[in-house]
Structure formats: structure tokens, C-alpha cells
Design a protein around this ligand. Sequence first.
Ligand code: ADP
Ligand code: ADP
Length: 226
Amino acid sequence: MADLSLRHVNKKYSSNTSAVKDFSIDIEDEEFVVLVGPSGCGKTTLLRMIAGLEDLTDGEIYIDGRRVNQLSAKDRDIAMVFQNYALYPHMTVYDNMGFALKLKNLKKKDINRKIEEAAKILGIEHLMDRRPAALSGGEKQRVALGRAIVREPKIFLMDEPLANLDVQLRGQMRIEITKLHKTLKSTMIYVTHDQIEAMTMGDRIVVMKDGEVQQIDTPENIYNHP
Ligand code: ADP
Ligand code: ADP
């Protein structure tokens, strides 16, 4: 539900090493972009900068044409889903999903409705009173997705969300996330090491290496013409 532009984005954690170098891309509204590349090439750093969790050393980020460099994470209307789920361990599934909505001062009735809708989509209605420790890996990842969905973010960032799941569950969740993207019409950046995910989910694939864009193209062109 938003277009996203990165202009010459750079990140240095220390003076002599660049994690992300001169990274530029225009991502269209509702586009599903898959980000691939070797470990340490800067994928997570890039997502964290887009989400507002990490300052840029240089460059600009625009959402719907508006420069957001100065906006805090909570004002960017972006949700991020992590590989390790990052659920709040002391809270129930319901409270995990409602936490961000409470911070927004939504009415209890509206919070309830949003959580119920998301839980239904993800098939986790029966888990609402559990704590994360009592969930399987697949259930945890559904809750993590649910916590992001209820916020109805314009932009979804997913950092290897399925990496900790077994092969069968990964295949199932891959299809569910694709459906979710079609339903929510959000703009998506999805990091993965899985070639099947990259080939089947992405409108475009960005190949990163040493902090730089190496290639941006459709899955067909990337995988058929190496
Ligand atoms: P990827 O997600 O592709 O594995 P990262 O974005 O995690 O890559 O890391 C990119 C580079 O930045 C790596 O060299 C990594 O060691 C370095 N890096 C990541 N986070 C930090 C940090 N908080 N402080 C210093 N260096 C970091
Ligand atoms: P996995 O196959 O991912 O290892 P588990 O064996 O952890 O899954 O869990 C299997 C099922 O049992 C899941 O539906 C999970 O929600 C449920 N479960 C696991 N631990 C508890 C618990 N402490 N209390 C209630 N239900 C639990």
C-alpha cells in the first residue's frame, strides 16, 4: 500500500567498513521484492534502516514520496517479521498481537476485532491464551505474522521468516504468505536464502553482495540466465 524509494543509502558501523554501499531501488506499491545474498552482505541492516531501527550513514529513504529519514520506527507504518519470531515471552498470544494496537490507543472493541480477524486468517484462534513457550515453531511464526498484520502496515519487511521451520511447514507458510500479500495489498521486502521461495514469491529479486546491489530482475531472468 505504499511505494518505497531508497536513494544512495549507505551504512557504516565503523569508519572503515561499509555494511551497505550506495544502495538505490524504487519499489512499487504492492510489489513483492525478494532480497537474497550471502550471509553478512547487509540484508538485515538494509531492512532495519527501512524500518527506522538503524540510522543511515548517508542517503535517503522515501515512502510515498515523503522523506522518512527523520521519522521514528513507530511513525513509519512498517511492520517487520524476524526469523526468531521475537515474541514477548511473558505475554499471551492475544496480548502479543494487541500490544502495538494498545500503544496506538485504539478502543478495546476495535483491538478485539482486528485480532480476531488476523487470528482467523492465520488459523490461530485456539491459541489466544497461550504463552510463546507453549507454541510450536510454526505457531510462533503465525503469531509473529499476526502481530504484524493487525497493524495493517503499508510496508512489510520479513527477515528469513521461515528459516527456522521444517521443510513441509515452510512450503505451507510460503503459500500462506503469498496469499496474505494478495489480501493485504501491502508492499513487501522478503529476505531469504531459499531459492524456491525467491523464485515463487517475488515479483522481482534483488541480489546483494558486499553491501551492494549486484542484480535486480524478475525471478525468470535471474534464475534462467545466471
Ligand atoms: P546479512 O543480514 O546479509 O547477513 P547484516 O546486515 O547482518 O548482513 O550485516 C552486514 C555487515 O554489517 C556484516 O559485516 C556485519 O558483521 C556488520 N554488522 C551488522 N550489524 C552490526 C552492528 N550492530 N555493529 C557492527 N557491525 C554490524
Ligand atoms: P513441534 O512439532 O514444532 O516441536 P511441539 O511438540 O512443541 O511442536 O508442540 C506440538 C503441539 O503441542 C503444538 O500444537 C503446541 O501448541 C502444543 N504445545 C506444546 N507445548 C505446550 C504446552 N506447554 N502447553 C500447551 N500446549 C503445548
